[in-house]
Structures are given as C-alpha cells and as structure tokens.
Design a protein around this ligand. Structure first.
Ligand SMILES: [Zn+2]
Ligand SMILES: [Zn+2]
Length: 269
C-alpha cells in the first residue's frame, strides 16, 4: 500500500496538505480560497470527490478558509475536535462534520487517523498522524513549543511535517508591530528553526529513517535556505543521520511517496 503526501500550500497565507492512498484522499487543513484549492487538486490529479474528509488542526483562517465551502459543495465531512468545530460553527453551517476528540483514533476510508494536542493560541489545536498500511505521515504546524506528547505523537511518522516558522534574530528585525512579534515568539505562538531542529533531533535519536518537511515558514522572518541550514546544523550537532530535510514552498506543490522513501533509504545502506 502506497502513501502519497502532497503539500498544496504552506505558510500564513494558506495551508493544505493532501494525503492519498489508492483512490482515496484526505486533506489536512483547507486554508486556500476555493478556486485555488480546486486548481491545486487538479494539478495533483485529484478529483474533490475522492476526498473522504477534511481534517482541521485549528480554526485559524490560514487553515480553514474554504473548509466550509469545500465540505458543502462536495459533501465531504469536516473532522475536528469539539472546541474547533464550535469556533467554526458559522463557517461550517450546513456542512457534514465529524467530531474527533483530541487524543482519539479513528479509521477514515482506510486511513488510521490519530490526533494529539499542540500548544498554540487557538481553541484546542492538534497535530495528526495519518497511516495507510505500514506508512505514516505526522503533521504538527502552528505550535509555540514542543513537548513529550508531541514527540510521542510524531514518533510513528515516516514523513514528519513540522513547523519551522522563523529565525529568531530575523523575527526581531522583521517589519511586524511588537505585539505580533511577541505573539509569534510566545509558547503558544509559532516554532522557530532551532526548536524545530531540536524536535527532529529528539525524534531522530531512535535511529529510524524519516523524511522531514519544514512547514509554515514566515515570509518576513525566514527563508527556505535558512530553515534547512539551521535544522540540518542542529541535526548534525546531535549526531542524527537518516533524516532528510526539505523546506516547503509557500504555494508550489511538493510530493512525498512511500515508494520513493524506500528507494531513498536504500542509499543509506
Ligand atoms: Zn497557521
Ligand atoms: Zn494558527
């Protein structure tokens, strides 16, 4: 069974991750305008009718913009915990919803889905792991800091999608008002590159081979080059091998396939 993951968009201007296995697919977050996400799905060769659920991490608009319209138009259930659904009650009016309590596990169209709590300034934000057969993708974007629960949550993942929002020095020089900088920096804000690297180093300390995508990069206070360089530096210092790192583009798609993962791994042997 092949698991395929495509990042459709990542960052404060919109987030959507497509997870596929066989003919079925899920979206994690739906934070693009309806037409944009429609085009991105077409480019990824997916018909919206193949989507069996839209999983939401939290209610912020960059993750939920078109969740309601997509769900209503195509009859796709929106899956989230009760506080997130309550925060989006108006947007989701008339849409199918399925409650998934934080920490619970469910099977959706053959995918094993589990959620775990993350610290962020939303009603009850979560990360997810999604499994198909022996393969698993783990997602944790929008988290102010990391802890053992998040490490445990992400441990089964072959592909880890983790926030590397900002470079701390660049953040303080960025053209944001002070209150925004403090919000981003706070323990319920966004994860910086070094913290993302340390989380990956902790995950990688079990010696398991994984791929990592750095997500939700700040346009003003980060760049793909800086994020990758810092995270790779932290991993090298920690002596972690076997962890391939790539920063996600803001809008261009990036693909991962469990088939490719197997080939990449053979290079390490
Ligand atoms: Zn966000
Ligand atoms: Zn957020």
């Amino acid at each position: 069974m092949t698991l395929t993951v495509t990042s459709l968009a990542s960052g404060s201007s919109g987030n959507a991750l497509l997870v596929r296995s066989g003919d079925t697919a899920l979206l994690v977050d739906c934070g693009l305008p309806l037409r944009t996400i429609g085009r991105a799905l077409t480019r990824a060769d997916v018909n919206p009718a193949q989507l069996r659920a839209i999983l939401l991490t939290h209610e912020h608009g960059d993750h939920t913009l078109s969740a309601g319209p997509m769900a209503r138009r195509y009859g796709i259930p929106v899956v989230a915990n009760r506080p997130t659904l309550a925060a989006l009650a108006q947007d989701l009016e008339g849409a199918l919803v399925q409650e998934l309590a934080t920490g619970a596990a469910v099977t959706i169209a053959g995918f094993g889905v589990c959620s775990f709590p993350v610290p962020h300034d939303a009603a009850e934000p979560v990360g997810y792991t999604i499994s198909a057969g022996r393969w698993c993708v783990g997602v944790a974007t929008d988290l102010g800091h990391w802890n053992d629960t998040i490490v445990e949550g992400l441990t089964p993942a072959d592909l880890v999608v983790i926030e590397a929002n900002h470079d701390q020095e660049k953040l303080w020089r960025a053209p944001y008002v002070e209150a925004v900088k403090h919000r981003i920096y706070s323990p319920t804000g966004h994860l910086d590159n070094v913290a993302a690297g340390r989380l990956l180093a902790r995950l990688g300390s079990d010696g398991r081979r994984r791929s990592a995508w750095l997500a939700h990069l700040s346009q003003e206070a980060n760049s793909p080059q800086i994020a990758e360089q810092v995270v790779r530096g932290v991993l090298a210092l920690a002596g972690v091998r076997y962890l391939g790192v790539a920063a996600l583009p803001r809008r261009a798609p990036l693909h991962w396939s469990s088939d490719m993962h197997g080939e990449q791994l053979s290079l390490f042997d």
